[in-house]
Design a protein around this ligand. Structure first.
Ligand code: HEC
Ligand code: HEC
Ligand code: HEC
Ligand code: HEC
Ligand code: HEC
Ligand code: HEC
Ligand code: HEC
Ligand code: HEC
Ligand code: HEC
Ligand code: HEC
Length: 327
């Protein structure tokens, strides 16, 4: 991994050491001259990061220094989106480059690569590693619910799905392609999507990510919702959203899953229950009396003619013309 010979490394080391101490000296002078002392952020914004006037900053050496010994890792890393952090002058050295994740590296370098003097991810708890990532990503819209997600509470961390150095996928630094990544842990979802009728996730047309946010959401089952707060299903099935003059109540109150299994089903319309009359009769009863909690009707009997309910009640998601959803 390290191409330098022992001797050249020693030389390099001496140079680095001189550089680090010289800049530390310069910084002390700078701090004395700067009466306000604490105005770190204003300074950091205008001056190069290495001369930020805090003692903390002197613990950072910058990614170029890491490169001198970890060249292979650096070269691969440079091609990932995290390279952009080196340009984050405003964030300061603690948000830049290798040290944005591994923490300050000066002691590690001074110790000739002492592993105990730098943050090593291997062997750390998921809570601790995820917290590192969240120090930058925690405010982002997509990741902001991670702490209260089903994943986080079940001890699934960022590194179960992502790897900054050893990603298998070009996009999003994923350790495995989708949906296999998810199926590895979610075998029942895998079985559902293998049913004859399913959203075409395996075929690449729809993604788990279209309906769920693996980083968690404010709602149950890590489901996404539209900005309006409505169910995610309307994103693609706009025609079901209405509003309708005559709403079929459960569509709005209990949601799509009161009738559909969105992952997959043996029913072509992804219904939870077959045949369709059995689905309707889970809620409806043959009566003109209002039963406890249930809707009225149908008054018609269950002769064969009436069993295919949606033959007549075609606009089952709601209608603007018919209070019994005929058209
Ligand atoms: C986005 C956070 C992040 C950044 C930035 C980062 N690392 Fe890492 N590093 C990790 C994680 C996480 C691991 C554990 C292995 C993995 O999951 O890829 C790791 C592992 C390592 C290892 C152990 C060996 C290995 O290949 O796993 C070395 C050495 C290392 N990083 C050096 C560096 C250097 C040098 C840089 C800058 C060029 C850097 N890292 C930038 C997060 C980061
Ligand atoms: C003077 C050379 C040198 C420099 C500069 C250097 N390292 Fe290292 N680093 C090493 C050596 C040597 C090891 C130990 C490898 C081992 O013991 O397997 C090491 C180990 C590591 C490890 C642990 C790898 C593991 O196997 O778990 C990480 C993480 C790491 N370095 C990150 C960094 C980062 C980040 C920087 C820049 C801030 C940096 N290193 C700069 C020489 C260096
Ligand atoms: C259960 C798996 C999983 C976990 C755990 C996970 N991610 Fe992700 N992450 C993904 C997938 C899948 C994508 C790609 C989404 C897509 O296809 O649009 C992604 C995308 C991202 C992206 C880029 C796109 C975006 O939407 O922001 C970032 C940044 C990210 N994840 C950070 C994190 C961080 C930080 C953590 C830990 C706090 C984390 N992820 C935990 C699966 C996961
Ligand atoms: C120092 C801040 C910082 C830390 C710490 C950090 N990231 Fe990032 N991450 C970024 C930036 C900046 C981007 C690029 C965003 C962009 O392209 O707009 C990024 C991008 C990503 C992406 C998207 C990659 C893509 O292909 O679009 C993923 C995934 C990701 N980070 C995961 C992680 C994980 C996992 C960790 C913890 C091991 C982590 N990050 C730690 C700053 C950070
Ligand atoms: C490392 C294992 C692992 C991976 C990989 C993983 N999950 Fe999970 N996931 C879990 C665990 C554990 C839970 C919590 C227990 C449960 O509900 O199954 C969970 C919960 C969930 C939930 C919430 C379920 C509920 O009942 O609230 C959803 C949705 C989910 N995962 C989707 C995904 C998606 C999408 C992916 C792929 C991007 C993914 N998971 C990858 C382990 C994983
Ligand atoms: C078309 C939207 C949609 C897609 C695509 C989707 N899900 Fe779901 N998923 C849902 C809904 C809605 C629920 C809630 C079902 C309920 O509460 O009855 C759910 C529930 C879950 C649950 C909770 C347990 C369960 O089975 O009810 C897990 C885990 C899960 N999904 C994982 C995944 C994974 C993994 C993928 C991709 C392989 C995926 N989902 C794709 C909509 C979707
Ligand atoms: C990302 C877009 C997308 C989202 C989000 C989505 N669907 Fe779909 N849905 C489709 C597509 C595309 C089809 C067409 C089926 C096919 O050919 O694969 C479909 C088909 C269906 C079907 C079967 C219709 C038929 O005639 O084949 C039902 C029922 C359905 N979706 C319900 C839902 C429910 C319920 C949700 C929310 C949990 C949802 N969909 C979310 C894209 C989506
Ligand atoms: C009260 C039960 C019920 C609810 C709630 C429900 N559906 Fe349906 N849906 C059905 C039935 C029954 C069919 C089959 C109609 C047929 O066979 O003509 C169907 C068919 C569909 C179809 C395919 C045929 C078409 O009309 O495009 C889609 C897509 C669909 N539903 C999406 C949704 C979405 C999205 C929601 C939530 C907004 C939802 N459904 C809520 C009962 C329901
Ligand atoms: C999850 C429970 C549920 C399911 C399943 C369900 N419905 Fe309903 N339905 C309701 C409720 C609640 C009402 C509103 C009743 C009221 O306002 O008195 C309603 C109203 C109706 C109405 C209008 C009745 C009126 O008097 O205005 C018709 C027609 C209807 N449903 C047909 C069906 C058919 C056909 C199916 C099967 C495809 C079905 N429903 C499945 C709960 C359900
Ligand atoms: C052959 C056509 C047809 C079929 C099939 C059919 N219905 Fe109806 N349904 C009607 C008619 C006609 C009405 C009365 C409409 C009116 O009052 O204007 C009605 C009314 C209803 C009502 C409103 C309450 C009432 O009785 O006035 C409900 C609820 C209902 N049907 C549910 C169902 C269910 C559930 C099924 C399947 C088991 C079903 N229907 C099958 C034609 C049909």
């Amino acid at each position: 991994m390290m191409s330098n010979s022992r001797a050249s490394r020693a030389v390099l080391f001496a140079v680095l050491y001189l550089f680090v101490s010289a800049s530390a000296l310069a910084r002390v002078g700078h701090q004395i001259a700067d009466k306000s002392g604490q105005s770190g952020s204003a300074q950091a914004a205008s001056a190069p990061a290495t001369s930020a006037p805090s003692a903390e900053a002197s613990k950072y050496v910058g990614a170029e220094t890491c490169k001198t010994c970890h060249e292979e890792i650096y070269n691969a890393w440079e091609k990932t989106p995290h390279w952009k952090t080196t340009l984050n002058i405003k964030g300061g050295p603690s948000k830049q480059g290798c040290e944005g994740c591994h923490g300050p590296g000066a002691d590690h370098v001074a110790g000739g690569g002492d592993k105990t003097k730098i943050f090593v991810f291997e062997g750390k708890s998921r809570q601790e590693t995820s917290a590192r990532c969240l120090s930058c990503h925690g405010e982002a819209h997509e990741q902001s619910h991670f702490a209260e997600s089903a994943h986080s509470s079940s001890d699934v961390g960022c590194l179960d799905c992502h790897s900054p150095h050893h990603a298998k996928e070009k996009e999003f630094l994923l350790v495995q392609e989708q949906p296999q990544l998810c199926y590895g842990c979610h075998t029942s979802a895998k079985a559902d999507f293998a049913k004859p009728y399913h959203h075409r996730v395996n075929e690449g047309l729809v993604q788990c990510n279209d309906c769920h946010n693996p980083h968690g959401t404010g709602t149950v089952r890590q489901l996404r919702s539209l900005p309006s707060g409505d169910a995610v299903c309307y994103k693609c099935h706009v025609d079901k959203q209405g509003p309708f003059v005559y709403e079929h109540v459960p569509v709005k109150t209990e949601g799509c899953t009161s009738c559909h299994s969105p992952h997959g089903s043996t029913n072509p319309k992804l219904l939870n229950v077959m045949p369709v009359n059995m689905l309707c009769l889970q809620c409806h009863t043959f009566s003109t009396q209002l039963t406890a909690g249930g809707p009225i009707g149908p008054a018609h009997n269950q002769s064969a003619k009436y069993q295919a309910c949606t033959m007549c009640h075609t606009q089952i998601h709601g209608s603007n013309f018919s209070d019994v959803f005929f058209k």
